[in-house]
Design a protein around this ligand. Structure first.
Ligand code: 4AD
Ligand code: MG
Length: 463
């Protein structure tokens, strides 16, 4: 067996013990007497140094190793003489497992690359410091999210990826079909005959698991989903993906204030977790990606998030004296420049914006007393804008039906959704956290394409 570098550095092995580690070469330095091999296995940020005596039979070959060669090193764990690391390995054997064919053309050679360059090598970029750190932080955040909900009594529900409903009503769904696009079956009126399709009707990739989530919350009280969602949004921005992961809790017997509180508690919980578990990676982001990410997380893990009404936000934006690309007036959907002004310049921390105009929000949001706004909430974070969108849901069937008709939806298509309001309806609500936006926020990475292993964006679905 061999040991993970994370365990070695955490002191789980005693000095003097013989250990084996397996990993990939980061750097090689040598003089006639010794070679120093830095080896990383991805279990943590830091590599470990192996010291190699020129008496080893394959010493010459070892000194010729290059970045990314794979090796197996066995030796004694010793306290490090040099500064920086506590331990190193005094090698007894070094097995060379895999060489790099042509070190001069190896695309991830040890120099700094731009993130754009690395995107072209999605299969090799996890080997870099940056993408290794992103992968570990992303993992830490997902585990923490599951832990948060598990500890708070939520049931994780699997909602379907293939669906017929456009939850957000934005018409941004990818079609799922087995029809031959070059020879579509037609009805007499010329329309495509979806009776002939696999599901006997039109089907799409889901944009959100919410509506399905509501059904389980109406029986199990507190549930959440965590899975991929899809949007055929043709927006080439640093915060949009065509395939992204969403976390969607849904809570029975809850109003908007309850939902906002869960969002705040969840975010603080995961900020704390990443500070506790991944300080090695966070320090890298702080140093090389965005100054201040660690301090920001430390502050936020204990801060109280500001809550603000949409109507007040419009007022603040109008009085800001800022020249926005899109002018603001009551009723408009906020664009990212507005969101960022509020979070970055006005408050300087995440804010929870509430009670949006009904006309810019989805059909399922609960109508407020004023008849103009709905019980919606978004969490806006500095640097990225909206990371969470949620609401209290309309639990009154008559109001729901009116809303659906207003928005051109046929209540008949939503029979199952209406049933939840007909049989023991309860006030309830939830939210959706855009997981990549959270990872981008926590790491300071500027683009969501660099916090998901294989980004899917317009005109790009390689790998
Ligand atoms: O605000 P959205 O559209 O809300 C919903 O889908 C609700 N059904 C959620 C719910 O209440 N259960 O999306 C939720 C979040 C956004 O705040 C954003 O963080 C993220 O999903 N998001 C995207 N992330 C990456 N790429 C995209 N194209 C995204 N679209 C939304
Ligand atoms: Mg939204």
């Amino acid at each position: 067996t061999h040991c993970a570098i994370s365990d070695l550095l955490a002191g789980k092995y005693a000095v003097g013990e013989t250990v084996t580690l397996k990993g990939w070469v980061r750097t090689v330095r040598s003089n006639p007497n010794f070679a120093f091999l830095n080896v990383n296995d991805g279990s943590c940020f830091d590599p470990i140094q192996a010291v190699i005596d020129n008496t080893l039979a394959n010493y010459e070959e070892i000194t010729k190793l290059t970045v990314a060669c794979s090796v197996e090193v066995t030796g004694e764990l010793v306290e490090s003489q040099g500064k920086g690391q506590k331990f190193e390995i005094q090698a007894q054997t070094v097995n060379i497992v895999g060489l790099v064919e042509d070190p001069d053309t190896y695309p991830m050679a040890a120099k700094r690359h731009t993130v754009e360059h690395m995107r072209e090598y999605a299969h090799l970029r996890p080997r870099t410091n940056m993408f290794g750190a992103v992968a570990r932080v992303r993992n830490c955040l997902s585990q923490a999210i599951h832990r948060f909900f598990h500890e708070s009594g939520y049931v994780w529900v699997a909602t379907p990826i293939i669906t017929a409903s456009d939850t957000e009503g934005a018409g941004e769904m990818f079609r799922v079909s087995t029809l031959d696009m070059n020879n579509l079956p037609r009805l007499e009126n010329g329309e495509v005959d979806y009776n002939e399709d696999f599901f006997g009707k039109e089907a799409f990739l889901t944009v959100s698991g919410q509506l399905n989530g509501e059904t389980y919350c109406s029986a199990l009280s507190k549930i959440y989903t965590f899975g991929p969602t899809f949007r055929a949004e043709n927006s080439n921005t640093s915060r949009h993906l065509a395939e992204f992961w969403m976390v969607e809790p849904e809570i029975a017997f809850a109003d908007l204030a309850d939902v906002a509180q869960v969002a705040e508690d969840m975010l603080k919980y995961v900020f704390k977790a990443v500070l506790e578990e991944r300080m090695d990676d966070l320090q890298f982001f702080d140093l090389r990606v965005q100054k201040g990410v660690v301090e920001r997380l430390q502050k936020l893990a204990n801060a109280e998030f500001v809550r603000m009404d949409y109507t007040d936000a419009i007022d603040i934006l109008q009085k800001s004296g800022k020249k926005f690309e899109f002018p603001v007036e009551w009723g408009v959907d906020l664009s990212s420049e507005h969101e960022r002004y509020l979070a970055e310049e006005h408050v300087g921390a995440p804010i929870i914006l509430q009670n949006y105009p009904k006309d810019i929000k989805a059909f399922y949001m609960r109508m407020n007393e004023d008849g103009k706004t709905v019980a919606a909430m978004d969490v806006l974070a500095p640097g990225i804008g909206e990371i969470i969108g949620g609401s209290q849901r309309e639990e009154r069937i008559d109001v729901l039906d009116t809303r659906m008709k207003e928005m051109g939806l046929d209540p008949v298509d939503y029979g199952w959704y209406r049933d939840l309001r007909r049989y023991g309806s309860v006030p309830h609500g939830g939210f959706g956290l855009g997981f990549e936006r959270l990872v981008a926020y926590v790491t300071g990475m500027g683009n969501v394409r660099d916090v998901i292993p294989f980004p899917r964006t317009p005109k790009s679905a390689t790998f």
